[in-house]
Design a protein around this ligand. Structure first.
Ligand code: NAP
Length: 287
């Protein structure tokens, strides 16, 4: 299967690399062309537009920052849809709202192209290791066809039915994650502000029922209160909160805590922490 890969950010670059390692023929494009160089060194072909990627692929995967970025590579003369031939597939793994995916499906179907949305859970390290959780929905035929590739990027792949379901599932998942991360930052601020040993605080958390891998990974980084490499950019977490709150409004579900968490992330964004890791929200809390 010839795979096109558009969007070589933190996640996309490692996901594409895993496909190359697995022996797929991969053609890439990225807005900042420099990021294609590393993939080319690993064996990828480089195309000069999303359309050119699509023209030589059986399936095009996109891993974009947000809904606007998805539209910018999907639409127009140089977009993915313009280059795809009937019978091929378009697989969007970006975290977006259901409406964006439904529109992608509509545009794909208009051209006789199959569509699957497949957002992921897991960050930089699972993307590198090929151990993401992949939530897919849309055209079952494209899911079946793409499974060998999805299994090279993830350790668990779920099919969730109609297009839109995977986007909604991913937003519900990140709502939980952002709340847990914020609670960890507040707990840490309270522990350290009241003179407690933060290593002991983390040990207590890790010994009980709320122990989890995220606390184990981010806890020491937050406790150090220094800058650390970005795994999940804070700007993307705020985007996910915004989309989750919009979904909640659509279905009439109040989200009391998530609304407050979103305000905190908006403040962190306004203070210039957008490119930092999402755990940088602790810098706002500590102030
Ligand atoms: P990232 O490093 O910020 O990469 C974003 C990608 O989108 C880059 O290729 C970027 O191109 C491209 N892009 C942004 N705006 C664009 C535009 N207007 N036109 C064309 N290209 C544009 O993000 P990431 O961390 O890889 O995340 C990608 C997606 O996965 C997001 O939806 C995120 O929410 C989701 N996700 C991330 C993680 C994580 O831990 N990082 C985990 C799960 C899900 P340039 O290189 O030119 O900027």
């Amino acid at each position: 299967m010839r795979i096109g890969f558009v969007g070589l950010g933190i996640m996309g670059s490692s996901m594409a690399e895993n496909l190359i390692k697995a022996g797929f023929q991969v053609t890439v494009w990225n807005r900042t062309a420099d990021k294609c160089r590393l993939l080319a060194e690993k064996g990828a072909r480089v195309a000069d537009s999303p359309r050119a990627v699509a023209e030589c692929s059986d399936v095009v995967i996109a891993m974009m920052a947000n809904p606007r970025a998805v539209e910018s590579v999907r639409d127009g003369e140089e977009g993915i849809i313009a280059g795809l031939k009937p019978g091929t597939g378009y697989l969007d793994m970006s975290t977006v709202d259901a409406e964006t995916s439904i529109e992608s499906a509509r545009l794909a179907h208009e051209k006789g192209v199959l569509f699957l949305e497949a957002p992921v859970s897991g960050s930089r390290q699972p993307a590198e290791a090929g151990t993401l959780i992949i939530m897919a929905s849309g055209d079952r035929e494209l899911y079946d066809r793409s499974l060998p590739a999805l299994e090279k990027m993830g350790k668990k792949v779920l099919f969730l039915g109609d297009v839109g379901n995977a986007a909604r599932m991913k937003l519900a998942n990140n709502l939980v994650m952002s709340g847990m991360l914020t609670a960890l930052c507040e707990g840490m601020a309270l522990a350290s502000g009241s003179g407690l040993d933060t290593a002991q605080f983390l040990d207590v958390l890790d010994s009980g029922a709320i122990s989890n891998p995220m606390f184990r990974l981010k806890g020491p980084q937050i406790a150090a209160n220094k800058e650390f490499p970005t795994a999940f950019p804070l700007k993307h977490m705020q985007k996910d909160l915004r989309l989750a709150l919009r979904l909640a409004e659509e279905v009439g579900q109040p989200l009391f805590v998530t609304a407050a968490v979103n305000e905190l992330y908006k403040k962190a964004l306004a203070e210039g922490f957008g490119e930092f890791d999402s755990a940088a929200v602790s810098r706002i809390i500590r102030k």
